[in-house]
Design a protein around this ligand. Structure first.
Ligand SMILES: Nc1nc2c(ncn2[C@@H]2O[C@H](COP(=O)(O)OP(=O)(O)OP(=O)(O)O)[C@@H](O)[C@H]2O)c(=O)[nH]1
Length: 830
């Protein structure tokens, strides 16, 4: 509670308007000095009017503990010139707070708290001063200024002046009323006029004095010429009136002191029924804009321009909101600089995903909101419409800067999200979660990561949108997924290929062991059946793949699965072609196969036993038959043709254009020699190759025929009879020695027994044949060696000859072709 008796300090004072009517430029400094610059709307202004030297300054000093100059009793000349302002110094004693048990606190000091006053007091130059003479200009202007800025106007008059209608006070009141009419046309703000009647002796009660004054005021009001646009305006529509009286300061100092003390509570105690600072009196100009407002008001008054407060309030709102917006912008720019530095540092260091990167989002949001917080705190106290407009302008300016940073942030976030997707996918795969689960779960977590971080920075009102970036992320993930799915399908196909290739090769070789007219039908059937079986095994769907569409189980679209099937068929076909052209039907292998067939027919009987030619045998007929028979196989190897004459193609499910593509995709490196890439699949061997094979075959056959013929001639050579006689004569003693030796005799008996058993079982011919065959082989080898050295003009042995030799020595086994297949496989693996 305000207590004048406890006033103990002196206020700082500023001259708002000097005697030359100049408005001070240091109001803000003053407000800062008296620590009211941050009060917002929480302040009050009271001013005092009255004739010169009527104790106005004395009253203010007594009420508010200010330090306005007071006239010297001796000189009695004007002291207050212009308008002065001071902050009321209040050491207010709060009411005692009841303790929890209902008793008052024992010590006053315990419950006393200093409370800074929020009252600004204006001491206005007295009217009717002899110093200004008849110049009423300042009097009128200062009244206008005080009304425009103050909530409460104290009219200070002596008691003896009350009722003197023609006196100076009434002229002043008339001035106040007149200017008030021009100021408050809209009736939005009222003012309180507080009459303080000085030197009140007490003979006339205050109520009588109040009535007299009220009557005088009404009379003055009636006499005023009102603005034409006002319909019978009443005094109380514009003013509230209060009256109080104070005893003589010099003659009744104690009563004067107690009177000012009581009056003071009406300024400081909101609970006081006569509390003067009602909300309706406030001019609603925040204190930080008051200097501009007051200066502007004074300028208008000085230029004698129309002054209406709402316009002034809008003006000050615009001015101050602009100022505050600029301050907020400065703050924003500082923070923006920091934000950019932070982002640059992050961009350089964040090669990998760094969770600290997420702070960028928060910082963007913080930079935006901190600047706006400052603006809102100060500007929101001004005219709402102006504040909101200026707020939008500032926000849009800030957002136009931040949006670029946000978009860059999103671009970075997008990249990080995609990296994260790949990393997550690899992690999931390494955990053996399976392709489908791995890729789906990676997509989900990646999108969550993006959304949470994009939202993080996008501010509460969703100014920064990220729909486009999210769509891009979705598209990029889908692209990666499509690539990964196709890769996975390729891997599945490649694994399947590794499995079916040896099986297919084995089956084809089996078929070619006995080539005949339906060889290619059987091979083609094997190929189709193995391919179909492999496709069925790759199908993860329970639906059968009769339609040719299977599901590889990687979440691919039907079209991708279809492409996978085509890819599989292509690979299968390429491998099939490689087996046929690069292995089974290579010219040297075809030659071997023909020679094998010739061997089977010419050198072995129907039981598979080697034939020992006798002079009586028609070797030539057998030779011709075997040779012609073997040559019949050659066309089978040369052209892949089905029994019905149609050519083998990659398969019905591969379209013609696909077949063309296939030719371009084939990797014929390992059998380029045969230039088969220029020919259709069915043309396996060229005519030239065919002729070469035929010639080599015939040559080999001829050699074998000659050998057979020679062996027959040798076998018919006989030993002369005298040789036997010579053997008996010369070996007689040796025979006798053997017969007389029991060991030799026993050996002879065993040999005789054995011979008897062989004879009894009729095995002589077999034993003789085997023995002959052995000799023949040994002889053949010797002969071939000699022939190679002597007959063949080539210095090197031909591979075909080698193979024949090897094959002959190994009893016709297929080691050679086995070796080719192995080499071929190894090459492919590499
Ligand atoms: N009779 C009487 N004199 C007073 C009272 N209060 C102050 N004074 C005297 O009146 C004289 C003028 O006092 P100020 O307070 O300077 O009066 P003022 O109205 O501020 O004077 P200006 O600023 O020059 O217009 C001083 O000499 C005071 O001592 C009072 O209550 N009664």
């Amino acid at each position: 509670m305000f207590s004048p008796s406890s006033l103990d300090s002196h206020s700082d004072i500023v001259q708002l308007i000097d005697e030359s009517k100049n408005f001070s430029t240091s109001i803000n400094d003053f407000l800062h000095k008296v620590k009211l610059n941050g009060a917002g709307l929480d302040y009050h202004i009271v001013s005092v009017f009255g004739s010169q030297s009527t104790g106005k300054s004395t009253l203010l000093n007594a009420l508010f503990n200010t330090d306005f100059d007071v006239m010297s009793e001796i000189k009695r000349q004007q002291t207050t010139k212009g308008i002065w302002m001071a902050r009321a110094q209040t050491s207010s004693r709060l009411l005692k707070q009841p303790s929890p048990d209902g008793e008052e606190a024992s010590s006053e000091e315990d419950t006393t708290t200093d409370q800074e006053s929020k009252i600004l007091v204006m001491d206005v130059e007295g009217t009717d001063g002899r110093e200004r003479g008849d110049d009423q200009d300042f009097e009128r202007k200062s009244a206008l200024f005080a009304l425009a800025t103050s909530e409460v106007i104290i009219i200070n008059i002596w008691e003896h002046q009350v009722g003197l209608y023609q006196g100076a006070n009434m002229a002043l009141l008339k001035t106040v009323f007149e200017v008030n009419l021009s100021l408050f046309k809209d009736h939005q703000s009222k003012s309180l006029i507080l009459f303080v009647i000085r030197d009140h002796i007490g003979v006339t009660p205050l109520s009588n004095l109040s009535n007299t004054l009220t009557a005088d005021l009404n009379r003055i009001w009636e006499s005023l010429s009102k603005p034409a646009d006002m319909v019978d305006p009443k005094l109380d529509e514009f003013f509230d009136l209060q009256f109080t009286a104070l005893p003589h300061k010099i003659l009744q100092p104690e009563q004067f002191s107690s009177g000012t003390s009581n009056l003071g509570t009406r300024f400081t105690d909101p609970d006081n029924s006569e509390y003067v600072f009602k909300k309706k009196y406030h001019r609603n100009v925040p204190i930080d804009g008051w200097s501009f407002y007051a200066g502007n008001v004074w300028q208008q008054i000085e230029l004698n321009k129309d002054l209406d407060l709402p316009t002034q309030q809008i003006l000050v709102a615009r001015f101050r909101c602009d100022e505050i917006a600029n301050q907020s912008w400065d703050l924003f720019e500082q923070e923006l600089l920091e934000l950019k530095k932070h982002i640059d540092a992050k961009l350089q260091s964040d090669k990998e995903i760094d969770e600290n990167f997420l702070t960028v989002g928060n910082l963007i949001k913080h930079t935006r909101s901190s600047a706006m917080l400052v603006f809102d705190e100060f500007a929101s106290k001004y005219a709402k419409a102006v504040y909101e407009t200026k707020r939008k302008e500032l926000l849009s300016r800030i957002d136009s800067e931040l949006i670029n940073i946000y978009k860059n942030h999103l671009t970075k976030l997008l990249k990080l999200s995609l990296v994260r997707f790949e990393t997550k996918f690899a992690e999931n795969l390494s955990k053996n979660l399976g392709f489908l689960v791995s890729i789906d779960s990676s997509e989900l977590t990646t999108k969550e990561f993006f959304l949470s971080n994009a939202n993080n920075a996008s501010a509460d009102d969703g100014v920064f949108v990220f729909d486009d970036e999210f769509t891009t992320l979705d598209e990029e993930i889908n692209k990666i997924k499509a690539i990964r799915r196709n890769n996975e399908i390729s891997k599945i196909i490649s694994r399947a290929m590794k499995k079916i290739k040896p099986v297919l090769s084995e089956k084809i070789k089996d078929v070619f062991k006995n080539p005949n007219e339906d060889t290619w039908d059987r091979i083609y059937d094997e190929f189709n059946s193995i391919s179909q079986m492999a496709l069925s095994r790759m199908n993860s769907s329970t639906i059968t793949c009769d339609t040719g569409v299977i599901d590889f189980g990687v979440g691919a679209y039907v079209e991708d699965n279809q492409k996978g099937v085509l890819e599989f068929k292509k690979q299968a076909w390429i491998n099939f072609e490689k087996i046929i052209k690069g292995d089974v039907c290579r010219p040297e292998n075809v030659l071997n196969r023909l020679l094998e067939r010739f061997d089977e027919l010419f050198r072995f009987d129907e039981n598979g036993a080697p034939i020992v030619w006798k002079p009586s045998d028609n070797i030539e007929a057998v030779y011709l038959k075997a040779k012609n028979n073997a040559l019949l196989l050659l066309p089978i190897f040369c052209e892949a043709k089905l029994k019905d004459g149609t050519r083998i193609t990659p398969g019905v499910s591969i379209a013609e254009e696909e077949e063309d593509n296939l030719k371009n995709e084939r990797d014929f490196n390992d059998f380029d020699l045969f230039e088969i890439e220029k020919r259709p699949f069915s043309a396996i061997l060229t005519d030239k190759q065919k002729e070469e094979i035929s010639n080599k075959f015939k040559k080999q056959c001829d050699l074998l025929y000659i050998e057979s013929k020679r062996s027959t001639i040798q076998s018919i050579t006989q030993i002369p009879i005298y040789v036997y006689a010579l053997i008996i004569i010369l070996g007689w003693n040796e025979f006798m020695a053997i017969l007389r030796n029991p060991v030799y005799t026993l050996f002879l008996l065993l040999a005789g027994g054995g011979a008897y058993i062989i004879h009894s079982l009729k095995l002589w011919s077999v034993i003789i044949n085997v023995t002959d065959a052995m000799f023949l082989r040994v002889k053949d080898m010797a002969v071939e060696k000699l022939q190679d050295m002597a007959v063949n003009s080539d210095t090197k042995k031909s591979p075909i000859r080698q193979q024949v030799s090897v094959r002959a020595s190994s009893g016709g086994s297929d080691h050679y072709s086995d070796n080719i297949e192995l080499d071929d496989f190894n090459e492919q693996e590499n």
